[in-house]
Design a protein around this ligand. Structure first.
Ligand SMILES: Cc1cc2nc3c(=O)[nH]c(=O)nc-3n(C[C@H](O)[C@H](O)[C@H](O)COP(=O)(O)O)c2cc1C
Length: 311
């Protein structure tokens, strides 16, 4: 199917998430059927001035295609240069207009672009002109108040392939009610595909979001952490309860990908996933404590194997 000018195998996308959507996690989500992944947000300044180190973050596995690199910044010229540096590493370039982190807002980037719409549109122009690859926008539904129709129309007029709307304002960060009616309104307003994002955490919820928004494409963030098989649920059109042995096999696979990617650092990077995979399972506190103290790959494997067994 076509997401603007990008071909995708199904309508289900993994959200960009700083600190989470590295190559190993994206690979695991792909294995469960996710159709499009995004890099964590990458600074255009870092790409232009600190090229080598930043490019490390953009590595991907062969299965991880199509892949979108997400850029953030505030200077159109730097976006242009950054695009030239990364466009051969991906199938799509995404512009971040949603990050609420104070450091990013102070730099007049991320969600700040929703306030400084003149500069936002200049950035879009610069990126669209700089590449033949599809360009997408990932934006919140507003800064302090919902974005205007004029802004959405102006984005559409600039030749963007699709937009993703996270249905929360900047001040709402990542929690709380998602305004699916706003997303529905934008879907009606413009003719490029609109991807619905925010609060989709099960197939049941996906059906609700689809019914309200009328969207054909959906992006999942937090719910995929510890539950990458949510994509399989979407594709099989039902919510499946997996048993602990299955979860453990996914954990072991994820950890091995992370170890191949990051070496010794893998264990500390895996901890947050470990906790998320086991969330809601009984008697996991002692295993969470064990992994928090562990720094050796083989010991971490043993801890995972012991979960659910008497120690
Ligand atoms: C830990 C974390 C990191 C995030 N990093 C990014 C990012 O780098 N770029 C971005 O556009 N959005 C980022 N987001 C927002 C998500 O992409 C997504 O829009 C948001 O979490 C809402 O979707 P969800 O309710 O399915 O999680 C992040 C969210 C979280 C929780």
């Amino acid at each position: 199917m076509n997401l603007g000018s990008l071909k995708v195998s199904n309508p289900y996308l993994l959200a960009p998430m700083a600190g989470y959507t590295d190559m190993p996690f994206r690979k695991i989500c792909r294995e469960f059927g996710c159709a499009l992944t995004f890099s964590e947000l990458v600074s255009v300044n870092a790409l232009c001035f600190d090229n080598k180190k930043t490019l490390q973050y953009l590595k991907r596995d062969g299965i991880d295609k199509p892949f979108c690199i997400q850029l953030f910044g505030s200077e159109p010229e730097l976006f242009k240069e950054a695009v030239q540096r990364v466009e051969d590493l991906c199938e799509c370039i995404d512009i971040n207009a949603g990050c609420p982190a104070p450091k990013v807002i102070r730099a007049k980037a991320g969600a700040y672009l929703l306030k400084d719409t003149d500069n936002f549109l200049k950035i879009i122009d610069a990126v669209v002109k700089a590449t033949k690859k599809p360009v997408s926008i990932k934006m919140r539904m507003g800064y302090d108040a919902p974005n205007s129709d004029d802004l959405y129309r102006a984005i559409e007029d600039r030749g963007v392939s699709f937009i993703t709307i996270h249905g929360r304002l900047k001040k709402e960060y990542f929690k709380g009610e998602v305004d699916y009616n706003h997303i529905a309104h934008v879907k009606e307003l413009i003719n490029i595909p609109v991807v619905a994002n925010g609060g989709i955490d099960s197939f049941k919820k996906l059906q609700r979001v689809k019914a309200i928004t009328g969207c054909e494409f959906f992006m999942v963030g937090q719910a995929a952490i510890g539950k990458p098989f949510i994509f399989e649920d979407f594709l099989s059109k039902r919510d499946t309860k997996r048993d602990l042995e299955f979860i453990k096999s996914v954990m072991l696979r994820h950890l091995s990908y992370l170890y191949n990617f990051s070496g010794k650092k893998a264990i500390s990077q895996f901890r947050k996933f470990f906790h998320a995979y086991l969330k809601g399972y009984p008697n996991v506190k002692k295993f969470n404590n064990m992994i928090n103290r562990c720094s050796d790959y083989y010991e971490a494997v043993e801890i995972i194997e012991k979960v659910g067994k008497p120690t």
